[in-house]
Design a protein around this ligand. Structure first.
Ligand SMILES: NC(=O)c1ccc[n+]([C@@H]2O[C@H](COP(=O)([O-])OP(=O)(O)OC[C@H]3O[C@@H](n4cnc5c(N)ncnc54)[C@H](OP(=O)(O)O)[C@@H]3O)[C@@H](O)[C@H]2O)c1
Length: 311
């Protein structure tokens, strides 16, 4: 394992963060129907009180609403907050100078002078990785961000980004990718191992598989909205895994399925960033910290997850 650079070490000390895609998003999450800003303010406050200080947002979440909300919540808290946000190169923002400009706009919405982590949201054939990284390097030079991350990059794309940054002595801080008990592609294709080898923090998004791993959805009770369609294929297959998670949780004094799912990602060496819509969910997710699954339990969960023909 490579020595983690001093600039990015703080990310390796964070066990869990809070995802903010839900903040203002109506399409996937139905913001404004079953939950509102008041609920999210409580989600934020309880997470901070529980010691979760790292919030992951993006300029596209709620078309800027998520970043604005984060800014409001930060103003009203005493807790120090670590901010991660993201850039996506829409077709009209393909120059490397577009990136610092996009970050300045994000920072204005959040109301801070710099971010702790700035990530490119997705790779795109419309912009080379070298050019993207040139833009990110500029953000560091202008002190608009402390560190640089990527998201949804494959292993070879990640190595290209890593080398481009290294030429300017900038470490690649993180790669944020889909990782959960129902999506272990990064374990199987070697990306997780490569991140550990290079000292890159693997940030796990959708660690609860968008609510499926909580056990509250099944073939007869689909999640609302678009998730009912996108997750439909997994729903009939997950029951044995959920049953095992519940039984393992009981052996740990009544830990919930969500807590087992999040603890599993932590045991694998990743940093999960679950989203929450209300204070009950946030409080429950925070209970994934402070205890550990045994190696044997992790193996049992791996085996049960292997039985499900997901990714
Ligand atoms: N970089 C990327 O491309 C990318 C992509 C996706 C996500 N992300 C980031 O990762 C974060 C997390 O991923 P995600 O939001 O997709 O999915 P997730 O964290 O796996 O699931 C979040 C959803 O699960 C349900 N939930 C959460 N905690 C619960 C609990 N304790 N009990 C019952 N239900 C609970 C809630 O929805 P319901 O109550 O409606 O079921 C919540 O909205 C996002 O907020 C975002 O910051 C990044």
């Amino acid at each position: 394992m490579a020595e983690v650079s001093s600039e990015t070490r703080f990310l390796h000390a964070i066990e869990m963060g809070l995802g903010a895609w839900q903040w203002g998003d109506r399409t996937t999450w139905q913001y404004g129907n079953s939950y509102d800003e008041n609920d999210l303010h409580k989600v934020f406050n309880v997470s901070m009180e529980e010691g979760i200080q790292f919030v992951d947002t993006a300029e596209v979440y709620g078309s800027g609403v998520s970043e604005r909300m984060l800014g409001k919540f930060i103003k009203e808290t005493e807790h120090p907050v670590l901010i991660a946000t993201k850039y996506f190169p829409y077709p009209w923002r393909l120059r490397n100078s577009s990136i610092p400009r996009a970050l300045k706009n994000s920072l204005e919405r959040i109301g801070v002078d710099s971010a702790d982590l700035y990530q490119t949201h997705w790779p795109t054939p419309l912009m080379s990785i070298d050019r993207m990284m040139d833009g990110m390097i500029e953000c560091v030079k202008q002190e608009l961000t402390r560190t640089v991350g990527i998201s949804n990059f494959s292993q070879s794309q990640m190595l290209t980004a890593y080398s481009a940054l290294a030429r300017q002595n900038i470490p690649l801080a993180s790669n944020q990718v889909h990782y959960s008990l129902l999506n272990r592609r990064i374990e199987k294709n070697g990306l997780l191992a490569r991140c550990k080898e290079l000292g890159i923090r693997l940030i796990a998004y959708s660690p609860l598989e968008q609510g499926l791993l909580t056990g509250k959805y099944n073939a007869n009770k689909r999640p609302p909205g678009t998730r009912g369609g996108t997750l439909a294929g997994l729903l009939p297959k997950i029951e044995p895994l959920i049953r095992l998670m519940t039984s393992i949780g009981q052996d740990h004094g009544g830990k919930s399925n969500s807590q087992v799912a999040l603890n599993w990602t932590i045991c694998k060496g990743a940093l999960p960033i679950p989203g929450a819509k209300n204070v009950r969910q946030a409080q429950e997710n925070a209970g994934a910290l402070g205890w550990k699954l045994t190696e044997e339990e992790v193996t049992q969960l791996d085996e049960a997850s292997d039985q499900i023909a997901g990714e």
